[in-house]
Design a protein around this ligand. Sequence first.
Ligand SMILES: [Zn+2]
Length: 483
Amino acid sequence: MSPDYEIVIGLEVHAELKTQTKIFCSCSTAFGAEPNTQTCPICAGFPGALPVLNRQVVDLAIRAGLALHCEIPAMCKFDRKNYFYPDLPHGYQVSQFDFPVCKQGYLDIDIEGQKKRVGVTRAHMEEDAGKLVHQGDITTTPFSLVDLNRSGVALLEIVSEPDMRSAQEARAYLEKLRSMLLFAGVSDCKMQEGSLRCDANVSVRPFGQQEFGTRCEIKNLNSFRALERAIEYEAKRHMEALEDGTELFQETRTWDEEKQMTRSMRSKEEAHDYRYFPEPDLPPLFISREWVDEVRAALPEMPEQAQQRLMEVYGLPEYDAALLTLTPETLDFFDRCVQEYPDAKTIANWMMGEFSRLLNQTNQEIGDSHLTPDHLVQMLRLVDDGTISGKIAKTVLEDMFNSGQSPQEIIKAKGLVQISDADTLLPLIEDIVGANPKVVEDYKSGKGKAMGFFVGQIMKATKGQANPALVNELLKKVLDSIQ
Ligand SMILES: [Zn+2]
């Protein structure tokens, strides 16, 4: 990125709230049902059908607001946001315009060890739209189908201040926001399923300039990677335009994952294009201080508190503590292990190392995998008592991860028990040493590598099952006995 320009980024995030039923009716919100089986006159937009606000939605909105250090005003209200789209049966979306449920909060993110505070302008409740199901190629198909199962599902839109200055900061903000919402139990935050959606507002200005540059909104960012790439692409496009003197337009663009570029969708609409007006079918909502206090008192441990606890109680480094508190499932896994096994750092190392590698490789979340805290602890004990070596433990872990079997079962089935018997190892060591007189000479002349060579050969011969400490001890004896 050119040092002469500054990138300015703000994010709008839609989180689907974790409720059993929709925001204004009692239809189910379960994902994956047959099209149009979870609808009623209210969420299908029949004239005259009246909405009733779901209390749980407000509860979760307050909970999210408190997690994001927001103010919860005593009054908020709903408004109609008018626009036409085939998946919007009313011709308007019920949202909140000038009096949102949460305002003026913040999130602290960590950028290479430096804390940075990103402002949260507001968070408001709204209903989701339905979904268009295109038949074949969208440019040639004669028709599309409408599925209204999603229509009326409760969303919380969280709008940040334009406080971020790089793609990396934007990613850190979204990761932190996701983590906060997961811990607060507000949303599932599954980007692939669309229960967490992110739009990025990006502009570029010469360094030192106060005024913002022309802003583009990028939609269709359904992974952290897409968010980063899209911002980088868009910022570069703006910088090039500023250099060439090409005019930039305020517009809405979409991220094309296949071509790895943003494309123009439409000129960006302003708030006044939506003709917002108060929703006449819902009265203003008054939120008592008692209600807010009740929600606050019921808030579970949040990631920052958990991180502190891991550092203070278990002496873990800040880096480890931050990784282990990214999701409630990760923290829970660690907590369950550490109750049974006292060495927190060893647990952390296995979780952040092999376990995390396997999760990434198979694109799974910790809750989806077969590995249980119990099995990990059993495996660590088997390493401690010398039954298996640390190296073999990696194989055992991968097997537990894939099959869900206990470490004892795997070790027995595969014959992986560590060889800690001198009578078995000694003849093998003597054979290998005897077959390599040149390396013995190297050893005698003080070449450090010779020892490593022999250990490697012995490990190879025993398929990694020899007890390394014992091998070292016996090997030295054998070598030193040679004149
Ligand atoms: Zn309904």
